[in-house]
Write a protein that binds this ligand. Sequence first.
Ligand SMILES: [Zn+2]
Length: 145
Amino acid sequence: MVIYDLTCDNSHSFEGWFSGPENYQEQLSQNRIECPVCGSTAITKLLHACAVHMKKEEAPVPRARRPTPAMPGPEQLREALIRVHHYVQNNFEDVGAHFAEEARRIHEGEIDERPIHGTATAEEREALDDDSIPYMTLPKPELDS
Ligand SMILES: [Zn+2]
């Protein structure tokens, strides 16, 4: 099972559940994915993004040297990813498709700093990169596929 954040050509965003990435591709190519709001079948997949804005004076402290941990297996990675998602969901404000706009306003000091998460298109992420606005993209954990 995979969950994707999807958006239509009218910028409605919604979640799609598929049995696997191939299933998503197949449904997409047959125009079987419809926007629940307007019924459009011009669907694109969004990457999930989250940002914790860091002030310049709060530059991260270099971490103490630790022995390199063993490479985690796929199960451990998936669990870690699910934990991260829960953490983000509980502690970050969901701004949905307004992610890029909100991250920019926080960066420019227009609104108070707060942890946010949401979705961003490839173009929006490029624009954030161009302006050196910090954010992270998070892959959604793949549930049993
Ligand atoms: Zn729509």
